[in-house]
Design a protein around this ligand. Sequence first.
Ligand code: AVJ
Length: 314
Amino acid sequence: MTTTDVYLDDAYIERSLRADVVAGLTADPKWLPPKWFYDARGSELFELITELPEYYPYRAERSILSARAGSLPPVRTLIELGSGYSTKTRLLLDALGTLETYVAMDISASALAAAATQIEAGHPALRVHNVVGDFGRHLGHLPDGPDRMVVFLGGTIGNLEPAERAKFLAAIREVLHPGEHLLLGTDLVKSPRVLVPAYDDARGVTADFNRNVLRVINGSLGADFDVDGFSHQALWDDRNEWIEMRLRARWPMRVTIPAVDLVFELGTGEEIRTEISAKFRREGAEKELAEAGFSLDQWWTDPEGRFGLSLASA
Ligand code: AVJ
C-alpha cells in the first residue's frame, strides 16, 4: 500500500526554479544548484551514471550496505531523503526484518512512483509512504513513527556547501527523537586520478547529465540555451576537497530566459558552476555530525576505503 504526500506542485517547482535561476545566473561567477538536474531524463541519466565503470561511489556504498545491513539497529520506520529510484535501499529493506514503514522523500515524483511499484512487488506487507518534497525545505513534514532511522545515501550531503551541510544535519537532528538514528553516506578523499574520471566518464554520460540542467531551464522557463554549445568540466579543488562540475561556453552566446525576463551574454570559456561534490575524511564527518548533535556509533568503509558510511544516534 502506497500513500503519497505532495509538497512540491508544479507551480512551487517553477517558482523555486525561477528564483534559483535569477540568483545563480546574475551572480559572478554564475552557478546553478544541482537539484535541477533531476527531471525524469536527468534521473534516468543519473541511474546510467551509477552503472559506469568510472563511477565507483555507487558500487562502493552498495558493498558497504550489503556487508553491514545486518548490523543496523532494529528500525520500524525507515526514512530516506533524496531516494530517487531507491535502488540501493532495497538492500536495507531486505535486511531490516522489523521494518513496518518506508518513507521516501524526493523531488522527482516520477522516480518515487516507479520505486514504490517495485518495492511493493517485493515487500507486500511494507507501508510505502512517498513524500514529494525538497529535503532542503520540507523535513518538517516528515511523518512521525516508531523507531525511525533517516538514511541519506550516495554522498549527496557532499552536494551541499559546508554551511548548508551544518544547517541540514541540524535540521535532521531536530526531526529525530533522542536515540533514533541517521545513516549517512560520504564519499572519501582520494587521488584525483580516481575522483576526476568518476565525474568525467569516457562515454560522456556525466557530460550529458550536466548539460541536462540547461534543458530543464529551456523546457520550464522558455530559455534558449544552446545546450551543445557547452562543454562539461569536472575539476578537483584540493583546498576545499571537493569536485566541481561546470559548464563552459564553447563560443560567445547570448541567452534569453523569458519567464524571468533575463538576458545575458557569455564569453568563450565562461563557466557556470553546476555542482560541488565534497569528499570527506572520517574526522571531518564525525565532527560535522557531532556539531549537529549526533554521536557516531559506527564508521564503515568498503575494503578499498573509497566510501564511508556513518551510523549515528540522535
Ligand atoms: C547525487 C551525490 C550521488 O555527487 O556523486 C554524479 C551526483 N554528479 N555524477 C555525486 C553526481 C555527477 C552524485 N550524487
